[in-house]
Ligand binder design. Structure first.
Ligand SMILES: [Zn+2]
Length: 160
């Protein structure tokens, strides 16, 4: 398992609902958590490792590791109030893009144990969820840039 880098076309795949959590999926959850730490990331979506299922792993805890798995997330509502955060992405190393998103979102998802969670998220947690859910839709932070800048950066990345 490895993190796909832009412009890998698999990053543009719209992921399907994850219907069954079994031994095999739990093994993938574990591998993705490890990979996220190896890569020094705070979130990793299934799409980023070439799996077209709707889930991601994340860890926003500071000292000890507390990774969580978010399955089939659905944003129920978004605040009109926005937040701009300089976002990076493991699939586009070295790039940081200011992205405007809703400051608060109300989300429901299934956790690793199969429980349904409903929660209002704010600040960095809200930004992270929106970033990872974008991945499951095949969207990347680079899409948020103005056209000229996007073209220039894509050209630079491809030349590298
Ligand atoms: Zn990303």
């Amino acid at each position: 398992m490895k993190v796909l880098r832009f412009p890998d076309p698999r990053l543009r795949v719209k992921a399907r609902e994850l219907k069954i959590i079994d031994k095999e999926t739990r093994k993938i959850f574990g591998q993705m958590k490890e990979l996220m730490y190896e890569e020094d990331g705070i979130g990793l979506a299934a799409t980023q490792v070439g799996i077209d299922l709707r889930f991601f792993v994340f860890d926003l805890s500071k000292e000890e590791r507390k990774p969580q798995v978010v399955i089939n997330p659905i944003i129920i509502s978004k605040s009109d109030e926005k937040i701009v955060f300089g976002e990076g992405c493991l699939s586009i190393p070295g790039l940081r893009v200011p992205v405007e998103r809703s400051k608060k979102i109300f989300v429901k998802w299934i956790d690793e144990k199969g429980n349904e969670i409903q929660k209002e998220l704010s600040e960095l947690e809200s930004v992270l969820f929106q970033h990872e859910i974008d991945h499951l839709e095949g969207k990347l932070i680079i899409d948020k840039l103005p056209e000229e800048e996007r073209k220039r950066i894509i050209k630079e990345i491809i030349e590298l």
